[in-house]
Each structure stands twice: as C-alpha cells, then as structure tokens.
Design a protein around this ligand. Structure first.
Ligand code: WTA
Length: 638
C-alpha cells in the first residue's frame, strides 16, 4: 500500500449528502429516487425480507422512458450516441433519433409476440442496435438477456435455454481485429432443436451475405413499416429489467436478475457522483455492453442523464496501439472509463504513443473490473491525465448493479491513494470482516461484506432463489458476501485484493473455475482437471490448468493441448483459453476427494505452501505431498 496521496478533485464538497445518507439510508435513497420520472410514486421505500429486497414498492416506472422520453423536452437534438465501427464506419444518433428507433423496434417485438415478462436474448456486436434492442425490451417490459458476442455457441445456447427466450436478436457479423465474426452462424448452432425460440432477428452489420432460415427475419425489413410510437409499459418498480449471466463458484453461470426502479436510482445517482457528468461532457466507456459495466454505464446511466457518449465497436488496439488516444483526440472525450488490463497493455506500448496525441479534453479518468496496480494508476494519472484528472477506481459487481466503492469527484474531494478504490458510496455500509463475521482492525486482510440492502442490488438469481441465498447470504448471517478480499486502512480507505473464492478475473472477465474444469473434462481423453489463476503482466490473472489423462492415453501432449484449448473455446469462449496446461498423474485431494485448491494455487503461484502435515479433512499427507512434488516439477519442466 503506497503512502503517497494525490489531492485532486473537481471542486465539489457536498457534506449534506453524506450526512443524510449516514443518518438514515432508507430515506436517503427515497430522496434519490425522486430524481427519476415515475408514473406513480411508491408507497413504501424498502420492503426488506432478508435476503430479498424490494425498492419503491407500489411505484410504477419504465427504464426506456427514463432513458429517452425524459430527454425529448430539452435534449431532443442533442447527440446521444456517437458510434464508430472498428473499420472506421461512423454514425450519430440524437436523443430524438434514438427514441424513434427504440419505439419502432418495440413495435416490431410486439408484432412478433413479445409481451411483458417475456425473455429476449440479444447477441450483437457493439452497434447502436444493441442498446436499441435493450431499450425496446424495457419499453415493453420484456426481460432482456444480453450475451457477450465473444461467447461460443454452447455458452449462448445455455443462456437461451435457461432464460427461455422466445426471440434472439443477432447480426450477420461484427468486426474484431479486422476479421468478421460470424454471429448468425453461432446463433444457428446454438438454437438447434430449441423449439421455444420463435424468431431470430438479424441485423446486417457486415453485409457479407447470410442464409436465412424459417425463423429468421431481417432487422431492416421489420423496421420498414413499424409504427413510430409505442407507449411505455407502466411497470412495478421491482419488475425485472434484465438477466445477465455471470460466472460463479459452481458449474454453470448464474442468471443475475435486476429490477427497474431501484437499479435505475442507483445508476442515476452514482453516474453523477462518480463521473460528475455535465451537459457538455463527451463520455467514453470502453466496456462491451455484453458485461454489466456496459449495461449500467454505457446504456442506462449515461442515457438517463442525457449524456453524449462514444460507443466503439472493435478491439482497443486495432488497427494500431493508438486507437484509443486517436478516438479521445478526435471526439474530444472528457471522461474516459476503462479497465486495468487495457491500461497495462497501453503502458507496455510506451509513452510516446499517447504523448503524440492531444488528450487535453480529458477531465476525469475511471477504471473498473479488477484491482489496479499502484504503478498503473500513477501512469494513468500522469501520462494520460497529465496530473489534472481525478481517477475513479470503481469497485462493484454484476450483482451490485452499480458502483459501490469509488472516489466520487462529482460529490466530494478526497485525497487519492493509488491502488485504493477509496470509500463506499453514500447510503451503503461496507466493511471488512473475518471468517466469523467480526469486523477486523485496520490494515488486516479479510472479507468484504455489504451490510444493508442497496437499490441496485440483484433481485435474485433467475429461477433459483435457493442458490441466491446460499451464494451471497449464507457465509454471513446478515450481510451480503461479494467474494472479495479487502483491507481497510487507518483512514477507512478500502483496498480490494482480488477474489477470495474460485472465480478468476482474466483481463477483467469473470470466469468460474468449475465451469472451466467441466469444459476440460468433457474432452474424451481427460479424467480430471483443476484450474487456477496465476499473475499475468497484462491480463492481471491468467489461467493455468492441471490435467489428469484417462488410463492408457498415449497422444502427444502438444496435440492434447491444442484439443483442450479447442474444447474450452467452443464451450465457453476464447476469453477462457488456458495460458498453461500441465499434465500430471494425480491432483492433491482430501480423503473425501475434494481438490485442495489452496495448495494448488500456492504451487502454481510459487508461494510457500507451509506445513502440509496438518491438512484439513484428514487428507493423506504423503499422497498430497507426492502430488505436489509432481506438480512442481511439471511446472518447472514445461
Ligand atoms: C472485481 C465488474 C478491484 C471484484 C463491474 C468483483 C474489482 C468482480 C474492481 C466483479 C475494482 C471489480 N478493484 N476489483 N475496482 N471492480 N472488481 O461481475 O473481484 O464482472 O467481485 O463486475 O470484479 O466482476 P463483474
């Protein structure tokens, strides 16, 4: 933990907001919710039957109305989305134009039989039709479930099946590093024999020519005659807005379910506090909408605030490492929000690249998704921000819906410590506890917990209340367990230290070890697999896999490695590709057969594993020691 602090803010010092929040978090959020447009106000601010929270009960609202219609009065001609394709294509949509597209598409969906509560899977590249689809679903009260366009057909199929989506929206393809990713083909493969999928809507982005099946409809054809207005559904505040699948510690990804009124309130407030958004800003968040950052801080947050934002389709370093700086210079970006992985990559390319661009429009810089190393923070602050932009290191999760811990330059000015996300947002109670749930003394590593419900909190896991309870609310009786290690320092600043569970963060993407292992063992020659994370210079963490072959398999290791990578890519996606694969004859296990991940991870990370003679579960010490010795020498020899 570095001791140097940086005093840089934007001149806000709103003590009253903090005071109000500290005195009564429920009436505080009640006040915040009044900033939104409701059809009917709520009778009760919070209904808390642990661990289920309902915010603004009795109130009715619509997310698309709050993102679009509210801006028509004063900002109809203001640019909402500046879009740039990887190949240089450009489009601009004003609030009025975006409103029109969303209304028309809501009519299209309705025409195809989509009703309130129905699920719609969206598998699109970063094109404006992605937010248009989401907002059209929201207008009807249909639940969107966006699947990151880098996921494989089998990952997509799982999500379509679990959500029971009757419509899938996709594109012929999208551009990535100059190649066309043929998304429609992935969808064809994913929905084979899924009879409940009634239609696939295909947006032609690349126009490379796709064959259409019986269920397929072209976006442009459907939009041609669509009516220009659609009355937004008046939805209960807790009406589900979307499902977003995310990896956890067990098997298949979980469908995180978010509501409407609480979620939007959380975003409306945090977008202002953290980003200090002003009418004159040009905001650029590099996240793909397939992840939660894109849902909250590309789609709903910025649009609700009537912001102008840049949306970029492709790879951040394509066709050259200067792509981001070129975008910032050309669009005069004022607020830039990206990931530590991207920053580490840019840093490696050298300072002369950003130094040759005019980045003087920037006034605030943000990061999200994984811990940021202090030296990367300082590089961001000095080389990109020229020491005049406050940095917001925002900690949050798919489940939290919005930012929970961050410097908030739009609210207050506090000294910044590189590598610390600083403090919880107003109206939340977040702290660090030990295994038993007792609050820890300053500077002691423990588990992060969130003590009160907050408005952006997930409603539950889709179709699985029991899992929702056990994953988040069973480790501690009255607190939400996010699964992160943290330290609180003497000044009450929080330092996030990575995952405490079996979730990996590879280049900021969340990947569950169980999901990966079951993908690897689906290979016919493999008996067992265990994966864990090792530090990686750019990606933060990389995947290392230990694999036990079935008896008698004599294939060359190189061929097996290739096949394993292929299996992972086709069952999860390229982001889950293991960096290293090691073949061993056994894994360290307890007597009851559980893989001893702690030891595995220690070996993979070259950490001291200490004494193994007092192993938990009465594991056979000599067997474990043999397995560990084998692992060690395998890693060394590879
Ligand atoms: C990690 C991304 C350190 C953390 C919005 C969390 C972070 C997980 C930070 C959620 C940060 C996110 N500093 N770690 N600023 N932000 N994380 O659901 O481990 O993709 O639990 O949401 O990312 O990942 P998710």
């Amino acid at each position: 933990m570095s001791s140097k602090t940086y005093n840089i803010g934007l001149g806000h010092n709103d003590i009253i907001t903090r005071k109000k929040a500290d005195s009564d978090f429920i009436s505080f959020w009640d006040d915040q919710a009044k900033n939104l447009s409701w059809f009917k106000t709520w009778d009760k601010t919070l209904e808390w039957s642990p661990p289920f929270a309902k915010w603004f009960v009795g109130g009715t609202i619509n997310a698309s109305y709050n993102a679009l219609d509210v801006n028509l009065k004063n900002k109809a001609k203001k640019t909402a989305i500046l879009w740039e394709g990887e190949n240089g294509d450009r489009r601009t949509l004003t609030y009025e134009e975006l409103w029109l597209e969303v209304n028309k598409f809501a009519n299209v969906l309705k025409f195809l039989g989509v009703n309130k509560g129905d699920r719609v899977t969206i598998y699109l590249p970063m094109v404006p039709e992605l937010p248009i689809s989401m907002l059209a679903c929201a207008r009807i009260g249909a639940i969107h479930t966006v699947v990151f366009s880098g996921f494989s057909s089998s990952a997509l199929r799982d999500r379509i099946e679990d959500s029971g989506s009757k419509i899938v929206i996709t594109a012929d393809g999208g551009y990535r590093r100059g190649n066309i990713i043929k998304l429609k083909e992935v969808v064809d493969d994913a929905i084979k024999d899924l009879d409940f999928v009634q239609n696939v809507i295909v947006y032609e982005r690349t126009k490379h020519g796709v064959s259409l099946n019986k269920k397929d409809k072209l976006w442009n054809e459907l939009m041609k005659n669509a009516k220009a207005s659609f009355d937004p559904e008046k939805l209960e505040s807790a009406h589900p807005l979307y499902i977003l699948y995310t990896s956890g510690t067990t098997g298949k990804p979980k469908g995180v379910l978010h509501g409407t009124g609480g979620y939007l309130t959380h975003l409306y407030s945090t977008f202002r506090w953290a980003f200090d958004i002003k009418d004159s800003d040009v905001y650029f968040c590099t996240a793909d909408i397939g992840w939660v950052t894109g849902h909250s801080y590309v789609v709903y947050g910025p649009l609700m605030r009537g912001a102008t934002e840049l949306m970029y389709e492709g790879a951040p370093d394509y066709p050259s490492p200067s792509r981001m700086w070129d975008l910032i210079q050309r669009y005069k970006i004022t607020i830039f929000y990206t990931t530590p992985t991207a920053l580490r990559m840019f840093m490696k390319f050298g300072d002369s690249i950003p130094n040759s661009f005019d980045l003087s429009s920037l006034r605030l810089l943000g990061t999200v998704g994984e811990p940021i190393n202090p030296e990367v923070w300082i590089w961001y602050f000095k080389t990109i921000g020229k020491e005049k932009c406050p940095i917001i290191d925002t900690w949050w999760q798919t489940e939290t819906g919005g930012i929970m811990i961050s410097n908030l330059p739009g609210l207050e000015t506090i000294p910044l410590k590189p590598g610390s996300a600083t403090k919880p947002i107003p109206g939340t109670q977040i702290t660090v506890v030990d295994e038993k749930g007792d609050e820890l003394a300053a500077n002691t590593k423990g588990y992060l917990v969130i003590k009160n419900p907050w408005p952006g909190m997930l409603l539950t896991l889709w179709n699985d209340d029991a899992k929702y309870k056990s994953v988040y609310w069973s480790k501690y009786e009255n607190a939400y367990y996010p699964g992160d290690y943290a330290i609180k320092d003497n000044d009450g600043y929080l330092w996030l230290l990575g995952r405490a569970d079996d979730v990996l963060k590879i280049a900021g993407h969340r990947i569950g070890t169980a999901e990966l292992e079951s993908s690897i063992v689906s290979h016919k020659d493999i008996a067992e697999a265990a994966v864990c994370g090792v530090p990686h210079e750019v990606k933060g963490e990389a995947i290392i896999a230990f694999v036990v072959l079935k008896e008698g398999i004599k294939k060359p290791f190189d061929l097996l490695k290739k096949e394993i990578i292929e299996v992972v890519r086709s069952s999860v996606g390229a982001i889950a590709t293991p960096e290293q694969i090691h073949f061993v004859t056994r894994l360290p296990k307890t007597r009851s057969g559980k893989i001893m991940r702690r030891l595995l991870k220690a070996i993979a990370n070259n950490d001291n594993i200490g004494d193994v003679s007092t192993l938990e579960d009465g594991a056979a010490v000599s067997e474990v020691q043999d397995a560990l010795n084998e692992l060690k020498s395998t890693i060394k020899n590879n």
